[in-house]
Structures are given as structure tokens and as C-alpha cells.
Ligand binder design. Structure first.
Ligand code: A5P
Length: 230
């Protein structure tokens, strides 16, 4: 199986968690894409859900599939969100998210959800969070250099993310920049999430600590479900 087939397998399995009548959070990224695809297919078969997307990209895909959408004004609480991740720590299910740039809306949606199910292929599972992946930190554009300097006090090496077409900084759906912050070693991720969050100029970080309730993982051996230990 190629990587897309693994992502699709995990995504389709995760959609089995969706029940009729749910308010559903729709994630962002190449794995969440397959979740939206499958939700769309089930909606055409009669599944009744109403969804909150985590990005403009996901909203456009959902609209194209005639998936009913709503907002926090009508539905401030979400029953279930299914989203991807860039790293999942074995055991704790702590996550790094945001390589796709949607971390702020993803975190708002996750925080409003009773349950967060993550879909990944096995390459995303790590023994120690942050050893391989930088933590994306969304910051306001004004004074980003000062915000970056403040983040170095916590051990970060921040790099301003550039747009894919080059030459200009990447701008999020909410009009902010992203600093991709490498750390030499993360020993206390919950503390680090708070420290980053309290830094002036920071909007949100891609550390998702204690939020995922289950992770659906696809590998060559099949699809498995990992639950949080503790
Ligand atoms: C989007 O901002 C991200 O948090 C994605 O959920 C994450 O990057 C996983 O994306 P892929 O499924 O494309 O790897």
C-alpha cells in the first residue's frame, strides 16, 4: 500500500465513530481530506450530521460534497472531531499539529469537542514528541521578530514559515504568520505549551497536550486504534 492508501484506510475507519445527529468537527490536511470524502459519501447515503470545518480548504471540500456546515453561533459544542496530526506520541497521545497551517482553528475546534479522534499512518507515531518535527507557533504579524526572540528563551529555534510559491511569508486563514520552532529536547510538553501560549504576540501553538482520546493508525499490517494510557 502506498502512503495515500494508508491515510485513506485510517480515515475511513475513523468515520465509523460518527453517529447520526452529531455535530462533527472536520480536520485539515491530506489525511483529513479522506475523512471529509467519506463523510460526504455517507451523507449521500442518508447520514445526518452537521459539520464545523477547521480551514477554508476543508470548508470548500465539504461544500463541494454537499456536507451541511454550521458555526459556533449555532453549535458551540462539538460531539466529535476527526483530524490529522504531524506527530503522535506513543502512550500519551500528545500531538504536534499545524504543518498544514490550520493549527489555530484546529485547536479551537478540538477544545470545543467532547472527543478528538486523530487519523494517521504509522510514520507519524513517535516515542518522544518533537524530536523530529518543529512545533508550529501562530503569531500575529506585527512584531513577529520580537515574538520569535522571546520564544528562544524557552529553547526554541524559530524559523518564519514561507509560502509555497516562495518569496513571501505564509499567512494563515486568520491572517497570522507561523514560526516553526525546533527544540533540542522537550521534557515537559504541558509546561512548554503554557509557556509558548503566554508569550506576547503568540496566538496559539501546535502542541496538543491531553486532547486526543483515540488515534486511528494505518500500517501495512492493518488499521489499529490506540487509546490514551492514563
Ligand atoms: C494542518 O494544520 C495540520 O495540523 C494537519 O492536520 C497535519 O499537518 C496533518 O496533515 P497530513 O495529514 O497532511 O499529514
Amino acid at each position: 500500500m502506498d502512503r495515500d492508501e494508508l491515510k485513506r484506510a485510517a480515515a475511513y475507519r475513523a468515520v465509523d465513530f460518527v453517529k447520526d445527529g452529531m455535530v462533527l468537527g472536520l480536520g485539515t490536511g491530506s489525511t483529513a481530506y479522506f475523512v471529509v470524502e467519506e463523510v460526504g459519501r455517507r451523507v449521500t447515503q442518508g447520514l445526518s450530521v452537521i459539520c464545523i470545518p477547521t480551514s477554508e480548504r476543508t470548508a470548500a471540500q465539504a461544500r463541494g460534497l454537499n456536507i451541511p456546515l454550521t458555526g459556533f453561533d449555532k453549535h458551540p459544542t462539538i460531539d466529535l472531531t476527526i483530524d490529522g496530526a504531524d506527530e503522535v506520541e506513543r502512550g500519551t497521545l500528545n500531538l504536534i499539529k499545524g504543518l498544514g497551517g490550520a493549527l489555530l482553528r484546529e485547536k479551537i475546534v478540538a477544545a470545543a469537542s467532547r472527543e478528538l479522534v486523530i487519523v494517521v499512518d504509522e510514520t507519524k507515531i513517535v516515542d518522544h514528541l518533537g524530536d523530529h518535527t518543529a512545533i508550529p507557533v501562530e503569531v500575529v504579524q506585527f512584531g513577529w521578530q520580537a515574538t520569535a526572540a522571546a520564544l528562544t528563551k524557552f529553547g526554541a529555534t524559530p524559523v518564519l514559515r514561507q509560502a509555497a510559491d516562495g518569496g513571501k511569508p505564509f499567512v494563515t486563514d486568520s491572517g497570522n504568520y507561523i514560526l516553526d520552532c525546533r527544540f533540542a529536547g522537550i521534557t515537559e510538553p504541558a509546561l512548554l505549551e503554557k509557556q509558548i501560549g503566554m508569550t506576547v504576540g503568540v496566538v496559539e501553538s501546535g502542541l496538543f497536550i491531553g486532547r486526543a482520546s483515540a488515534v486511528v493508525i494505518a500500517s501495512e499490517a492493518g488499521v489499529g486504534i490506540m487509546k490514551r494510557v492514563n
